[in-house]
Write a new protein. Structure first.
Length: 347
């Protein structure tokens, strides 16, 4: 949605990836549930009769059969304070307060993933949420560390190679979608949705109508944003998104550290012109590389010990050479002792 793109202090921010296509971001509490959908507005179901599709957030109370709108999408106001972006929405329900309508404030901070909203508090009919997400980062705080499948860990500087993941591609079945995606190359084989995925990086089949969305080629490229124990890969494409006249489809793959030996892939949903995916893998763990570095260091120490042993063996098998070396060592030790005594006397 165009409403998701705005400029603050000369920096253009695009919050479009936060717009859910078929469901809402949900924040659960003991006695109530918040449904949130920035930019697009909430998807209303039977439990949200008090809200409309223009509501940015909707609160459903579990103790009563009712829901209240917490702000309208067209009232958005964005502010930037100390690198944090706050989106404010007015025009919500006036049933909770006598002199004002409900209001939603979402404070965004730069994060390494798409993130999720977190409830902070509510007072005077203002409901506050925090959200750590990469969409709130500008170019200086979220640099591209690589345009390939290899990138340096920002903390350890060790090279992390996503091509080392054994699985050539991932297949995830999650109702109502079947998803296939390749990390670095492209999908191969005719068995993936009858050739409709072959040669593409990402393939999504909607099981309700058997429509297949496939996009991305090896030439389209990727971008990797990384931190200590996680990385985010943007798979680009030239396939136009039907929800926008100017945007193309992209996939956002979030790699998170997992100490388990096996990688696990999962589908995180669909947002505006974005397919959201995830992979849990030990490859992005800083400790993963550290273990290999310790192994390499142990090999170097072993080779050094063997080399030193060969030198000692070479010296000891010849008595004259051995005595000459020992005399030299004794003279060095004697010199060191004399220097130490002189230093102690002067001190």
């Amino acid at each position: 949605p165009k409403e998701c793109v705005f400029k603050l202090n000369g920096v253009i921010y695009d919050f479009a990836p936060l717009a859910r296509r078929e469901d809402n971001w949900v924040v659960e509490q003991v006695d109530r549930t918040f449904s949130i959908n920035p930019c697009r507005g909430v998807h209303v179901d039977s439990k949200m009769a008090g809200c409309t599709e223009n509501s940015i957030a909707c609160m459903s109370e579990k103790s009563v059969l009712g829901s209240l709108s917490l702000g309208l999408i067209e009232t958005r106001l964005q502010t930037l304070i100390s690198s944090n972006i706050t989106l404010s929405y007015n025009g919500g329900s006036d049933q909770m307060c006598t002199d004002r309508s409900a209001k939603t404030e979402i404070q965004f901070s730069c994060g390494n993933s798409l993130g999720t909203p977190v409830f902070v508090d509510d007072s005077d009919c203002t409901f506050k949420f925090s959200w750590s997400s990469f969409v709130a980062c500008n170019a200086s705080t979220r640099p591209v560390v690589s345009k390939t499948c290899k990138y340096p860990n920002p903390l350890t500087k060790n090279l992390i190679d996503l091509e080392r993941i054994k699985t050539p591609y991932y297949s995830v079945d999650t109702t109502p979608y079947s998803v296939h995606f390749a990390r670095c190359g492209h999908l191969l084989g005719d068995e993936l949705e009858g050739k409709r995925c072959s040669g593409k990086k990402v393939c999504v089949k909607d099981q309700r109508n058997n429509k297949v969305l496939s996009f991305g080629t090896s030439e389209d490229g990727v971008e990797v944003f990384a931190r200590e124990d996680s990385a985010e890969q943007i798979i680009k494409s030239t396939s136009r998104c039907e929800d926008s006249d100017s945007k193309t489809w992209q996939a956002i793959v979030e790699y998170t550290c997992s100490e388990d030996a096996e990688e696990t892939a999962y589908f995180r949903g669909m947002s505006h012109c974005h397919v959201l995916l995830g992979v849990s893998t030990p490859l992005v763990c800083s400790s993963y590389k550290s273990k290999h570095m310790r192994f390499l260091f142990a090999i170097i120490l072993l080779l050094g010990a063997v080399f030193l042993g060969l030198i000692l063996f070479y010296i000891c098998i010849n008595p004259n050479r051995r005595d000459k070396v020992f005399r030299k060592i004794r003279s060095i030790l004697l010199f060191a002792e004399q220097e130490l005594n002189q230093w102690l006397i002067k001190g």
